[in-house]
Design a protein around this ligand. Structure first.
Ligand SMILES: Cc1cc2nc3c(=O)[nH]c(=O)nc-3n(C[C@H](O)[C@H](O)[C@H](O)COP(=O)(O)OP(=O)(O)OC[C@H]3O[C@@H](n4cnc5c(N)ncnc54)[C@H](O)[C@@H]3O)c2cc1C
Length: 392
């Protein structure tokens, strides 16, 4: 694996760093400039939506995996927002580029990239989480409209979203994986009811969503009828890759190390304590291993090779490791780690406490650790498949 960059790429890195330095005062922060304006500036300069065609609201650069990597590294190093993420940008846009019709690309990609159209993901149901293909929400074609009835659960940001991408069962007589379609619809469509669910951070980030005779124009299907499972799988690949960025994790390790130099234990910096320092070193070692794994993925992508198991471990390792990192921070803070809410004694604006709880959720969301281990064992290592009940 050759880790050196060409002169062209080194030059690109210098330009990226210069852009960040010149514009960091415009980056979004509480009470400061807006995320929408920052997003527009990033797209205009090719630091967000870089390779998405101009016709769909992107910057239109030729794909260059190394340049995209340099951007991710430098924004993470500077601890500055790399632009908007969310389920629309990170999951739906790549899927529409791959499988959407021309009309869908034109209608949805631009406003999504600009942050004007927010999306939620309607997959999970009360009896269909890990076993997603058991979903029961029904979509019936009546005339030129799909009529949807059923319920979703754990729908993150449904209360803020303008649109939903949703899996519904449209072919009740087909085999479990073959009877599902992938529909897009506005959250203002009559018949949608959103009920908030309070999570352990105290915020209501996800919801139950109920559908009663929700009517969706026929053309708002992505991919072919009954083939929503393939579309969903494409999305899950994008989701799982985006949940565990080692560059962000590394900058978080550095922030924790800084905090351990300033917080004290028995009057001495926490960093001087061998037990805490040892925990930090172990986490740092694993984060660096994730970064090396990430370089393997990069190298496979540049050489158009199948990354195999290297890609399958990212979600499992990344989310669990991030949670351990935040847990160490809570321990380092001692009694201050118990604080929650608005108090002047909070460190890092309360981000350690918030992320500790948030990343516990991410070990489950997007596919639980147990399911990730099944995938690695069965598809990655070729171990025997999990025994299934005869009725499943
Ligand atoms: C923070 C967060 C955000 C989310 N956002 C969304 C969203 O926006 N949209 C959406 O549709 N969903 C969302 N989800 C739901 C998420 O996808 C599901 O929670 C997840 O797929 C697990 O499903 P479940 O909760 O039904 O648990 P279950 O599938 O019932 O699993 C319960 C337990 O059994 C284990 N288990 C189940 N099957 C197996 C097996 N075969 N082998 C070994 N162990 C197994 C699981 O790992 C888990 O520990 C979110 C969840 C979280 C936590």
């Amino acid at each position: 694996m050759d880790l050196s960059y060409s002169a062209e790429h080194e030059d690109f890195r210098r330009q990226t760093v210069a852009f960040i330095e010149a514009n960091r005062h415009l980056a979004p922060r509480p009470g400061g400039p807006s995320a929408l304006a920052w997003q527009a500036l990033l797209i205009e300069n090719g630091y967000a939506a870089r390779t998405i065609p101009k016709a769909y609201g992107g910057y239109g650069a030729e794909p260059d995996i190394l340049k995209s990597r340099i951007i991710a590294e430098e924004f993470a190093r500077a601890q500055i927002s790399p632009g908007m993420g969310g389920q629309g940008i990170s999951m739906l846009v790549p899927t529409l580029l791959e499988m959407g019709t021309e009309e869908q690309k034109v209608q949805f990609i631009g406003p999504t990239l600009r942050g004007e159209m927010l999306w939620c993901q309607g997959y999970s149901e009360p009896n269909a989480g890990s076993d997603l293909a058991s979903l029961a929400t029904k979509g019936e074609l009546v005339g030129e409209e799909w009529v949807i009835n059923g319920q979703k659960i754990w729908t993150s940001t449904a209360h803020l979203a303008h649109w939903m991408f949703c899996l519904v069962r449209t072919e009740p007589d087909a085999a479990k994986h073959e009877g599902i379609s992938f529909l897009l619809f506005s959250m203002e469509t009559p018949g949608i009811e959103i009920r908030p669910l309070v999570d352990m951070t105290g915020a209501a980030n996800f919801n139950e969503v109920f559908f009663t005779d929700v009517r969706v124009p026929q053309h708002q299907i992505v991919g072919r009828r009954g083939q929503g499972w393939q579309v969903a799988n494409s999305i899950l690949r994008h989701e799982r890759g985006s949940l565990a960025d080692p560059n962000t994790m590394l900058s978080r390790v550095n922030a924790l190390a800084d905090m351990m130099k300033t917080e004290t234990l028995d009057g001495r910096p926490v960093m001087d304590n061998p037990i805490y320092r040892d925990r930090l070193m172990q986490i740092q070692g694993r984060v660096l291993a994730m970064r090396c794994n990430d370089l393997r993925l990069l190298s496979a992508a540049v050489n158009r090779q199948n990354p195999g198991v290297a890609a399958m471990v990212v979600k499992l390792q990344g989310t669990e490791l991030r949670h351990e990192l935040e847990a160490l921070a809570i321990d380092v803070l001692g009694e201050l780690g118990l604080l929650y809410g608005d108090t002047p004694r909070l460190r890092g604006h309360g981000s350690w406490q918030r992320d500790y709880m948030y990343f516990l959720g991410l070990i489950i969301g997007g596919g639980t650790s147990q399911i990730q281990k099944n995938i690695i064992a069965e598809r990655g290592l070729g171990m025997p498949r999990e025994a299934k009940l005869a009725s499943a």
